[in-house]
Design a protein. Structure first.
Length: 320
Protein backbone atom coordinates (compact mmCIF):
# COMPACT_ATOMS: atom_id res chain seq x y z
CA UNK A 1 0.00 0.00 0.00
CA UNK A 2 1.36 3.40 -0.99
CA UNK A 3 0.98 5.97 1.74
CA UNK A 4 0.36 9.64 1.06
CA UNK A 5 3.43 11.88 1.38
CA UNK A 6 3.66 13.56 4.74
CA UNK A 7 3.38 17.32 4.72
CA UNK A 8 6.18 19.27 6.39
CA UNK A 9 5.16 22.21 8.51
CA UNK A 10 6.87 25.43 7.46
CA UNK A 11 8.17 27.43 10.41
CA UNK A 12 7.24 31.08 10.54
CA UNK A 13 8.18 34.06 12.65
CA UNK A 14 5.64 36.61 13.84
CA UNK A 15 6.25 40.36 14.10
CA UNK A 16 4.72 43.82 13.71
CA UNK A 17 5.14 45.39 10.24
CA UNK A 18 7.82 48.08 10.28
CA UNK A 19 5.73 50.21 7.89
CA UNK A 20 2.09 49.98 8.97
CA UNK A 21 2.42 48.28 12.38
CA UNK A 22 0.03 45.43 11.60
CA UNK A 23 0.67 41.93 12.96
CA UNK A 24 2.08 39.59 10.34
CA UNK A 25 4.30 36.56 9.82
CA UNK A 26 6.98 35.41 7.38
CA UNK A 27 9.26 32.49 6.63
CA UNK A 28 12.65 32.98 8.31
CA UNK A 29 15.60 34.16 6.16
CA UNK A 30 13.37 35.60 3.43
CA UNK A 31 13.63 39.23 2.25
CA UNK A 32 10.27 40.04 3.81
CA UNK A 33 11.32 38.62 7.17
CA UNK A 34 14.56 40.58 7.06
CA UNK A 35 12.76 43.83 6.22
CA UNK A 36 10.04 43.21 8.85
CA UNK A 37 7.19 44.10 6.48
CA UNK A 38 3.72 42.66 5.98
CA UNK A 39 2.76 41.20 2.61
CA UNK A 40 0.92 44.34 1.52
CA UNK A 41 3.70 46.78 2.38
CA UNK A 42 6.44 44.54 1.04
CA UNK A 43 4.64 44.42 -2.33
CA UNK A 44 4.54 48.20 -2.60
CA UNK A 45 8.25 48.66 -3.17
CA UNK A 46 9.27 50.07 -6.52
CA UNK A 47 10.75 47.65 -9.01
CA UNK A 48 14.16 49.15 -9.73
CA UNK A 49 15.41 46.43 -12.03
CA UNK A 50 16.68 47.91 -15.35
CA UNK A 51 14.31 47.66 -18.31
CA UNK A 52 16.28 45.88 -21.00
CA UNK A 53 13.70 45.83 -23.80
CA UNK A 54 10.94 48.37 -23.22
CA UNK A 55 9.41 50.74 -20.68
CA UNK A 56 6.46 48.56 -19.64
CA UNK A 57 5.59 47.77 -16.04
CA UNK A 58 5.24 44.14 -15.01
CA UNK A 59 1.44 44.43 -15.15
CA UNK A 60 1.56 45.95 -18.64
CA UNK A 61 4.02 43.29 -19.77
CA UNK A 62 1.61 40.56 -18.65
CA UNK A 63 -1.44 42.28 -20.16
CA UNK A 64 0.28 42.63 -23.53
CA UNK A 65 1.30 38.97 -23.61
CA UNK A 66 -2.03 37.45 -24.66
CA UNK A 67 -1.62 35.00 -27.54
CA UNK A 68 -5.03 35.93 -29.01
CA UNK A 69 -5.94 39.62 -29.30
CA UNK A 70 -8.75 41.67 -30.79
CA UNK A 71 -7.98 45.23 -31.87
CA UNK A 72 -10.76 47.78 -32.49
CA UNK A 73 -11.17 48.04 -36.25
CA UNK A 74 -11.54 51.82 -36.43
CA UNK A 75 -9.92 53.23 -39.55
CA UNK A 76 -8.97 56.80 -40.32
CA UNK A 77 -9.83 58.46 -43.61
CA UNK A 78 -6.32 57.95 -44.94
CA UNK A 79 -6.31 54.27 -43.95
CA UNK A 80 -9.45 53.79 -46.02
CA UNK A 81 -7.58 55.06 -49.09
CA UNK A 82 -5.13 52.19 -48.64
CA UNK A 83 -7.68 49.54 -47.72
CA UNK A 84 -5.39 47.01 -46.03
CA UNK A 85 -3.89 48.80 -43.01
CA UNK A 86 -3.60 47.22 -39.61
CA UNK A 87 -5.15 49.21 -36.73
CA UNK A 88 -2.97 51.90 -35.20
CA UNK A 89 -3.49 50.50 -31.71
CA UNK A 90 -1.95 47.24 -32.94
CA UNK A 91 1.09 49.21 -34.09
CA UNK A 92 1.24 51.10 -30.78
CA UNK A 93 1.14 47.90 -28.77
CA UNK A 94 3.91 46.23 -30.77
CA UNK A 95 6.13 49.32 -30.63
CA UNK A 96 5.58 49.65 -26.87
CA UNK A 97 6.50 45.99 -26.37
CA UNK A 98 9.72 45.93 -28.38
CA UNK A 99 11.22 49.45 -28.11
CA UNK A 100 12.09 52.32 -25.83
CA UNK A 101 11.79 56.06 -26.45
CA UNK A 102 14.30 57.21 -29.04
CA UNK A 103 14.62 53.79 -30.71
CA UNK A 104 14.36 53.50 -34.49
CA UNK A 105 11.35 51.69 -36.00
CA UNK A 106 11.33 50.53 -39.63
CA UNK A 107 8.38 49.64 -41.86
CA UNK A 108 9.54 48.47 -45.32
CA UNK A 109 5.95 48.60 -46.66
CA UNK A 110 4.82 51.72 -44.84
CA UNK A 111 1.72 52.48 -46.95
CA UNK A 112 -0.01 55.61 -45.66
CA UNK A 113 2.12 55.66 -42.52
CA UNK A 114 0.27 53.86 -39.71
CA UNK A 115 3.51 52.50 -38.20
CA UNK A 116 5.20 55.91 -38.28
CA UNK A 117 2.12 57.61 -36.79
CA UNK A 118 2.27 55.22 -33.83
CA UNK A 119 6.06 55.66 -33.52
CA UNK A 120 5.68 59.45 -33.45
CA UNK A 121 2.99 59.31 -30.75
CA UNK A 122 5.23 57.11 -28.59
CA UNK A 123 8.39 59.21 -28.98
CA UNK A 124 10.21 56.76 -31.24
CA UNK A 125 12.10 57.54 -34.42
CA UNK A 126 10.88 55.96 -37.63
CA UNK A 127 11.70 55.26 -41.25
CA UNK A 128 9.36 53.83 -43.85
CA UNK A 129 9.69 52.77 -47.46
CA UNK A 130 6.84 52.97 -49.97
CA UNK A 131 6.81 52.38 -53.72
CA UNK A 132 3.42 54.02 -54.30
CA UNK A 133 3.98 57.78 -54.70
CA UNK A 134 0.43 58.63 -53.59
CA UNK A 135 0.70 56.65 -50.36
CA UNK A 136 4.15 58.09 -49.63
CA UNK A 137 2.77 61.62 -50.07
CA UNK A 138 -0.07 60.94 -47.62
CA UNK A 139 2.32 59.49 -45.04
CA UNK A 140 4.70 62.46 -45.33
CA UNK A 141 1.87 64.99 -45.07
CA UNK A 142 0.66 63.65 -41.74
CA UNK A 143 4.17 63.48 -40.32
CA UNK A 144 4.73 67.15 -41.24
CA UNK A 145 1.41 68.21 -39.72
CA UNK A 146 1.86 66.26 -36.49
CA UNK A 147 5.46 66.77 -35.44
CA UNK A 148 6.03 66.34 -31.72
CA UNK A 149 8.09 64.45 -29.12
CA UNK A 150 11.27 65.37 -30.98
CA UNK A 151 11.07 62.23 -33.09
CA UNK A 152 12.92 61.92 -36.39
CA UNK A 153 10.61 60.38 -39.00
CA UNK A 154 11.27 59.76 -42.67
CA UNK A 155 9.33 58.29 -45.58
CA UNK A 156 11.44 57.05 -48.48
CA UNK A 157 9.74 56.58 -51.82
CA UNK A 158 11.37 53.49 -53.18
CA UNK A 159 11.53 49.72 -53.46
CA UNK A 160 12.19 47.91 -50.17
CA UNK A 161 14.51 45.59 -52.08
CA UNK A 162 16.84 48.60 -52.31
CA UNK A 163 16.64 49.25 -48.58
CA UNK A 164 20.39 49.04 -47.98
CA UNK A 165 20.86 52.12 -50.15
CA UNK A 166 18.86 54.14 -47.62
CA UNK A 167 19.17 52.42 -44.22
CA UNK A 168 22.48 51.56 -42.55
CA UNK A 169 23.19 47.99 -41.43
CA UNK A 170 22.65 47.30 -37.72
CA UNK A 171 20.90 50.65 -37.19
CA UNK A 172 17.25 49.64 -36.63
CA UNK A 173 15.76 48.65 -33.26
CA UNK A 174 12.46 47.18 -34.45
CA UNK A 175 10.75 46.20 -37.69
CA UNK A 176 6.95 46.28 -37.98
CA UNK A 177 5.17 45.69 -41.27
CA UNK A 178 2.43 44.00 -43.22
CA UNK A 179 3.49 42.93 -46.72
CA UNK A 180 1.52 43.00 -49.97
CA UNK A 181 -0.14 39.79 -51.13
CA UNK A 182 1.05 39.17 -54.69
CA UNK A 183 -1.90 39.39 -57.08
CA UNK A 184 -4.50 38.54 -54.41
CA UNK A 185 -6.27 41.90 -54.69
CA UNK A 186 -6.73 41.31 -58.41
CA UNK A 187 -7.98 37.75 -57.89
CA UNK A 188 -10.79 38.57 -55.46
CA UNK A 189 -13.91 39.68 -57.24
CA UNK A 190 -16.86 41.73 -56.05
CA UNK A 191 -17.64 42.83 -52.51
CA UNK A 192 -17.34 40.87 -49.31
CA UNK A 193 -20.79 39.68 -48.20
CA UNK A 194 -22.25 40.26 -51.65
CA UNK A 195 -23.55 36.66 -51.66
CA UNK A 196 -26.63 35.55 -49.78
CA UNK A 197 -27.44 39.00 -48.48
CA UNK A 198 -31.00 37.87 -47.92
CA UNK A 199 -29.64 35.83 -44.99
CA UNK A 200 -27.70 38.69 -43.45
CA UNK A 201 -28.23 42.30 -42.39
CA UNK A 202 -24.57 43.14 -43.08
CA UNK A 203 -23.78 45.65 -45.77
CA UNK A 204 -21.23 44.72 -48.45
CA UNK A 205 -17.65 45.72 -47.74
CA UNK A 206 -15.57 46.78 -50.71
CA UNK A 207 -12.41 44.81 -51.33
CA UNK A 208 -9.11 46.69 -51.13
CA UNK A 209 -7.96 48.03 -54.48
CA UNK A 210 -4.58 47.01 -55.97
CA UNK A 211 -1.88 49.24 -54.54
CA UNK A 212 -0.47 50.48 -57.85
CA UNK A 213 0.17 49.67 -61.49
CA UNK A 214 3.93 49.76 -60.94
CA UNK A 215 5.60 46.68 -62.52
CA UNK A 216 8.00 46.39 -59.54
CA UNK A 217 5.14 46.44 -57.02
CA UNK A 218 5.13 43.10 -55.19
CA UNK A 219 1.34 43.30 -55.30
CA UNK A 220 1.45 42.95 -59.09
CA UNK A 221 3.59 39.81 -59.16
CA UNK A 222 2.53 36.21 -59.47
CA UNK A 223 3.03 34.27 -56.28
CA UNK A 224 5.97 32.43 -57.85
CA UNK A 225 7.78 35.74 -58.45
CA UNK A 226 6.45 37.38 -55.30
CA UNK A 227 8.03 34.95 -52.81
CA UNK A 228 11.68 35.44 -53.88
CA UNK A 229 11.10 39.22 -54.06
CA UNK A 230 9.77 39.15 -50.51
CA UNK A 231 12.76 37.09 -49.41
CA UNK A 232 15.02 39.90 -50.61
CA UNK A 233 13.13 42.36 -48.38
CA UNK A 234 13.33 39.96 -45.44
CA UNK A 235 17.10 39.64 -45.84
CA UNK A 236 17.42 43.43 -45.95
CA UNK A 237 15.40 43.72 -42.75
CA UNK A 238 17.75 41.24 -41.09
CA UNK A 239 20.77 43.23 -42.26
CA UNK A 240 19.58 46.60 -40.92
CA UNK A 241 18.23 45.25 -37.60
CA UNK A 242 20.47 45.31 -34.54
CA UNK A 243 21.32 42.07 -32.75
CA UNK A 244 18.91 40.99 -29.99
CA UNK A 245 16.10 42.99 -31.63
CA UNK A 246 12.73 41.93 -33.01
CA UNK A 247 10.77 42.05 -36.25
CA UNK A 248 6.98 41.68 -36.40
CA UNK A 249 5.10 40.80 -39.60
CA UNK A 250 1.30 40.98 -39.67
CA UNK A 251 0.10 38.51 -42.30
CA UNK A 252 -3.04 36.69 -43.31
CA UNK A 253 -3.52 33.42 -45.17
CA UNK A 254 -5.82 33.57 -48.18
CA UNK A 255 -7.50 31.62 -50.95
CA UNK A 256 -7.09 31.91 -54.70
CA UNK A 257 -10.17 30.06 -55.84
CA UNK A 258 -10.04 31.71 -59.25
CA UNK A 259 -6.92 29.61 -59.92
CA UNK A 260 -8.23 26.54 -58.02
CA UNK A 261 -5.91 27.08 -55.06
CA UNK A 262 -8.04 26.40 -51.95
CA UNK A 263 -5.57 27.66 -49.36
CA UNK A 264 -2.34 29.68 -49.52
CA UNK A 265 -0.26 29.11 -46.38
CA UNK A 266 1.13 32.63 -46.47
CA UNK A 267 2.15 32.84 -42.82
CA UNK A 268 4.04 29.56 -43.20
CA UNK A 269 5.89 30.94 -46.22
CA UNK A 270 6.80 34.09 -44.27
CA UNK A 271 8.21 31.99 -41.42
CA UNK A 272 10.29 29.99 -43.90
CA UNK A 273 11.66 33.16 -45.54
CA UNK A 274 12.49 34.70 -42.15
CA UNK A 275 14.36 31.62 -40.98
CA UNK A 276 16.29 31.45 -44.26
CA UNK A 277 17.30 35.09 -43.72
CA UNK A 278 18.67 34.27 -40.26
CA UNK A 279 15.76 35.13 -37.97
CA UNK A 280 14.44 32.87 -35.22
CA UNK A 281 10.68 32.42 -34.96
CA UNK A 282 9.95 33.80 -31.50
CA UNK A 283 6.16 33.95 -31.12
CA UNK A 284 2.85 33.79 -32.97
CA UNK A 285 -0.15 35.85 -31.90
CA UNK A 286 -3.61 35.41 -33.41
CA UNK A 287 -5.18 38.71 -34.47
CA UNK A 288 -8.89 37.90 -34.12
CA UNK A 289 -10.87 39.91 -36.69
CA UNK A 290 -14.12 37.95 -36.65
CA UNK A 291 -16.09 40.76 -34.98
CA UNK A 292 -15.33 43.12 -37.83
CA UNK A 293 -15.68 40.88 -40.88
CA UNK A 294 -18.96 39.75 -42.44
CA UNK A 295 -19.48 36.05 -43.13
CA UNK A 296 -19.42 34.98 -46.76
CA UNK A 297 -21.09 31.80 -47.98
CA UNK A 298 -18.26 29.96 -49.76
CA UNK A 299 -18.79 26.74 -51.72
CA UNK A 300 -22.50 26.28 -51.04
CA UNK A 301 -24.14 23.94 -52.04
CA UNK A 302 -21.23 21.89 -53.48
CA UNK A 303 -18.94 19.50 -51.62
CA UNK A 304 -16.48 22.35 -51.15
CA UNK A 305 -16.88 23.76 -47.65
CA UNK A 306 -14.59 26.69 -46.83
CA UNK A 307 -14.07 28.49 -43.55
CA UNK A 308 -14.19 32.26 -43.44
CA UNK A 309 -10.62 33.36 -42.68
CA UNK A 310 -11.38 35.81 -39.89
CA UNK A 311 -7.93 36.15 -38.36
CA UNK A 312 -4.41 37.26 -39.16
CA UNK A 313 -1.10 36.13 -37.69
CA UNK A 314 1.21 38.49 -35.85
CA UNK A 315 4.55 36.76 -36.37
CA UNK A 316 7.41 37.77 -34.08
CA UNK A 317 10.99 37.05 -35.15
CA UNK A 318 14.24 37.78 -33.32
CA UNK A 319 17.74 38.43 -34.57
CA UNK A 320 20.12 36.75 -32.13
Amino acid sequence: MISAPRSREIKRIFFACAVCGSETDAVPKTQRAASKKCRKCFGKKKDRRPRELNELSGAEWARYSKSVETYPDTRSAKQKTHGACFPKNLARQQIEMFTKRGDLVLDPFVGVGTTLDAARELGRNGVGMELNAGFAKIARRDLRLNRKNGSTLKVIKGDARNMLSHVDPDSVDFVLTSPPYATLLKSVKGNFAYKWREHSSLNPVSNPKPYSAHPQDLGNMTYEDFVPALESVMRNCFAVLRAECYAVWVVKDFRDLRHQIPYVNFHGNIIELAERAGFFLWDIRIFDQTKFRPLVCLGFPSRNFYLNIGHSFILTFKKL
